[in-house]
Design a protein around this ligand. Sequence first.
Ligand SMILES: [Zn+2]
Length: 184
Amino acid sequence: MTDTAGDSILQAGVGNPDELDRLWTPHRMAYIRGENKPADGSAGECPFCRVPSLPDEEGLVVHRGERAYVVLNLYPYAPGHLMVCPFRHVADYTDTTDEEVVEIADLTRQAMRVIRSVSAAEGFNIGMNQGHIAGAGIAAHLHQHVVPRWPGDQNFMPIIGRTKTLPELLSDTRALLADAWRVG
Ligand SMILES: [Zn+2]
């Protein structure tokens, strides 16, 4: 599918068309360039601690629970890539409370339902990277990834430029998922 209109993105290679995959674009260049990386592991530097203090639209928060919240990944591996995070600045899964574990699990389950309700996701990768050595980008604050998967989703064509459209696309995705979450 190609669209040459001024503010549109070029898209190719994704599986089943649905409400999410039209929003795909490679957000990961900013991540590769190292932008938005915390200077250290303190709560004051932590994006996962800062995001809940922002309006949902600005922080890309999809849902707020009592002890944990759900946020869109700013540098998604796939459209609809969510993260479930405790509000508390805690790095290691073994340091969570029983209440936090239950709520993280419940929000993960609900995130899968919500993504399925707005897309034809056929599978998910769910998990936590514990420590920088295991691939955690922000190791100081626990976060569980929920990444929807589609057939052929590893075959994206590289897309150059268009980065100015990213915040708008992510806010569209956030609104779509937040609305679906409310409807249940
Ligand atoms: Zn934190």
